[in-house]
Design a protein. Sequence first.
Length: 124
Amino acid sequence: MADQASGSNPLVKSAVVGIVLQVLMALLAKYVPSLAGAAPAAGAGIGGVAGLLYSLWNKGAAMPNAAGGGLVAGGAGGLVGTIVANLLGGGAITNAVATGTGLPAVGGIVGSLIGKVLGGRSAA
């Protein structure tokens, strides 16, 4: 375990990318109000990117493991991005967290499965 630093962990790397992109989107939506309407679709897309990256960076993962990693990477970004967006603009956080985490998590699953198909399959 000690030899696997977080810098080489595909789940950590893809989740950090998703979190950074979701926070940037939240900031843009705050200061460019016309972008706020596209936030749910953009959030799902960002979750898909995080899942795709997880799958591409973890080529040895079987299809179900890739889907689970994509779910976690996409969902983590969605959760943090939703919390930041609500802190910036208020709103009903309960519904927003459910939607803001769920859509990117599903996007992460889809992205990771696309990554498995495009990036090659594991031996398992």
